[in-house]
Ligand binder design. Structure first.
Ligand code: A3P
Length: 286
């Protein structure tokens, strides 16, 4: 079945989830070409859960031994170039091989793809998955603002009541939301060495604890207390909302909607707050 008007294209239901046609193509390409390696790291999010922020954080954390180089790359190219989307970057076997060579020794990738639709090698290899959860209502509100910015002008207006109604029914890009979350949560419960669950809210509240947990999970633990404090502060500053908002880059690695679709960096950074849903949803909607 298909549902119209959510973003710039229809959303189609495929294997119980909702996608744009370009996302379905990307998922199939990834399933065919992608061979996960044990050292790969996959950041997984439901859209609008803080993907851009966590891409910047993980990239900086993993490259902290050469922090100046890494921060320069991040600030010049933007978080989505540092950790591209698995389902967007692989065009064919050749582009996949090129990408693999370019990201040696450790490949950092991101995805919005539900667990059940990941390439099978992700499950069978020892590669690690970091799943970022964000409060549902904030995801919905963030999604709604994003859609309003990038929707084609000729489409009818899109009141929050409509967005809420669709979201509640599970209809949003990569939705249903709770099926997405629970797919990864089950694997995390069974195999905590495979999937680490983090939340947007915890990272906001206590980045030291979160980044320490993340570094340990990714086999790059902080060696000393001083290193931890100092490096974490540097990373938090580098990846702050204010810093990332000021980047003047187009995010071409997010081609979910059509091949030529490049999203401006500023569209990924709006308010960056916890609980903004209170300004948009009624109690009943919440
Ligand atoms: P809001 O719309 O609530 O502001 P994604 O990257 O998955 O598309 O998520 C976008 C959301 O993450 C937006 O939420 C955006 O403002 C927020 N975000 C992006 N960078 C951030 C940062 N450095 N710190 C906190 N939130 C950030």
């Amino acid at each position: 079945s298909k549902e119209k008007g959510w973003i710039t294209e229809y959303l189609y239901q495929y294997k119980s989830f909702w996608f744009t046609p370009s996302a379905i193509k990307g998922i199939k390409r990834a399933q065919q070409c992608f061979k996960a390696q044990p050292t790969d790291i996959l950041l997984v999010t439901f859209p609008k859960s803080g993907t851009t922020w966590f891409k910047a954080l993980i990239f900086s954390l993993m490259n902290r031994d050469r922090f100046d180089l890494a921060s320069h790359h991040l600030l010049t190219n933007g978080p989505h170039d540092c950790i591209p989307f698995l389902e967007a970057i692989i065009q064919d076997e050749t582009s996949y091989q090129d990408y693999r060579i370019s990201c040696l020794p450790c490949c950092l990738l991101a995805t919005h793809v539900p667990y059940s639709l990941l390439p099978t090698s992700v499950m069978s290899s020892g590669c690690k998955i970091v799943y970022v959860f964000r409060e549902t209502k904030d995801v919905l509100v963030s999604n709604w603002h994003y859609m309003k910015k990038i929707r084609l002008k000729e489409l009818p207006s899109f009141p929050i009541e409509d967005a809420h109604d669709l979201f509640r029914k599970g209809i949003s890009h990569f939705g249903p939301f709770w099926d997405h979350v629970s797919g990864y949560w089950k694997v995390c419960l069974e195999n905590p060495d495979k999937v680490l669950f983090l939340t947007y809210e915890d990272m906001k509240k206590d980045p030291i604890v979160c980044l320490t947990k993340l570094a340990k999970f990714l086999d790059k633990p902080f060696r000393l207390e001083e290193e931890r404090e100092e490096v974490v502060h540097e990373i938090v500053r580098l990846c702050s909302f204010e810093n990332l908002s000021s980047l003047d880059v187009n995010q071409t690695g997010v081609q979910y909607f059509s091949p030529q679709f490049a999203v401006e960096n500023r569209h990924f950074l709006r308010k960056g707050q916890v609980g903004d849903w209170r300004n948009h949803l009624t109690v009943e909607m919440a």
